[in-house]
Design a protein around this ligand. Structure first.
Ligand code: GLU
Length: 259
C-alpha cells in the first residue's frame, strides 16, 4: 500500500470515560498509532470531538450540557484540555500538532473555505498534524455544522483524502441494533447507500457525544459521492487504524465511487 492521505475522526465516546474525563490509555494509544502511520509516510488529519464532553468533565458537570451558553463555555474549557493533551502526547513522538477550528460559515463561504484548504495544505507540507474541531464556542446549534462526522466528511472530500476513518464505540454498521438484537451481524462492505441501509441507523449516540449512525451514514454519502472510502471502526483499540489504512478488513467500509 502506498502513502495515503487519511482523515481520522475520533468521537467523544472513544476519547473519554463515561465520566467525561479523558481515557488516558486510549488517547495515548491513539496518538502512538497516528504517529506511527505518519512515520510510515501517510499524511494524516485528525478531526477530534471531545471539547464539550471534556469541558463538562473538567467543570464537574454531571452530563453533557443542554443549553447553548453552557455548551459553549464547556467547549472553551474542553478544547484547551484536548489540545494540551494532544500536544503532549504527539510531542513524545516528535510530531507537531496544529489546531484548526471551523464553523459552518467558513465551510459555506468560498473564500474562507479556500483559505482553510490553503492553510491545511501548508500544514501538511510542513509535516504538522492538523487537529480539527468545530468552533463550538461561537457556532450555535442552528447555524453550526452540528456534528463531527459530517465535518470530517467535508474535510476529507475538500482535502481530497483517499480515506476517512470514523472511530466510534461501535464496530461498524450492523444488520440491526446489536444492543437489542444479539443476532445482528456486522456489514463489512457497503457499495451503495440504499434506503434499506439508511433504515439501519438508529438514533442513539453516547450521552457525551453528538453522533450516532445517522450522521455516520450521512458522512458516508458525502465521501462515497466524491470517491473517498470511509470506514466506521471501533476506537477501543486504535491499532485498527493500521488495517483500515492498508485496505484490510476493519469495521464497515463504505466504498467511494470509482471512475
Ligand atoms: N464539536 C463537538 C465537541 O468537540 C463534538 C461534535 C460531535 O461529536 O459530533 O464536543
Amino acid at each position: 500500500m502506498g502513502k495515503r492521505r487519511i482523515v481520522v475522526k475520533v468521537g467523544t465516546s472513544t476519547l473519554a470515560h463515561p465520566t467525561g474525563l479523558l481515557n488516558l490509555r486510549r488517547v495515548e494509544a491513539l496518538c502512538r498509532v497516528l504517529s506511527d502511520l505518519k512515520n510510515a509516510g501517510h499524511e494524516l488529519i485528525l478531526v477530534s470531538s471531545g471539547a464539550i464532553g471534556m469541558g463538562a468533565g473538567k467543570l464537574s458537570l454531571t452530563q453533557r450540557p443542554e443549553d447553548t451558553p453552557t455548551k459553549q463555555a464547556a467547549a472553551a474549557v474542553g478544547q484547551c484540555e484536548l489540545m494540551y493533551t494532544y500536544d503532549k502526547a504527539f510531542s513524545q513522538y516528535n510530531h507537531t500538532v496544529a489546531q484548526v477550528l471551523l464553523t459552518a460559515a467558513d465551510v459555506n463561504h468560498p473564500h474562507r473555505f479556500a483559505n482553510f484548504r490553503n492553510t491545511m495544505h501548508r500544514l501538511l507540507d510542513l509535516k504538522a498534524l492538523p487537529i480539527i474541531n468545530e468552533n463550538d464556542t461561537v457556532a450555535t446549534e442552528e447555524l453550526g455544522i452540528g456534528d463531527n462526522d459530517t465535518l470530517a466528511a467535508i474535510v476529507a472530500v475538500s482535502m481530497e483524502a483517499e480515506l476517512l476513518v470514523l472511530l466510534s464505540d461501535i464496530d461498524g454498521l450492523y444488520t440491526a441494533d446489536p444492543h437489542t438484537h444479539p443476532e445482528a451481524t456486522l456489514i463489512d462492505e457497503i457499495t451503495n447507500i440504499t434506503p434499506d441501509i439508511l433504515a439501519l441507523a438508529g438514533g442513539a449516540g453516547s450521552h457525551l457525544g453528538t453522533g450516532g449512525m445517522t450522521t455516520k451514514l450521512h458522512a458516508a454519502q458525502i465521501c462515497m459521492e466524491a470517491g473517498c472510502d470511509m470506514v466506521i471502526a471501533n476506537g477501543a483499540d486504535p491499532a485498527i487504524l493500521y488495517d483500515a489504512a492498508d485496505g484490510k478488513p476493519a469495521g464497515s467500509r463504505f466504498c467511494g465511487k470509482r471512475g
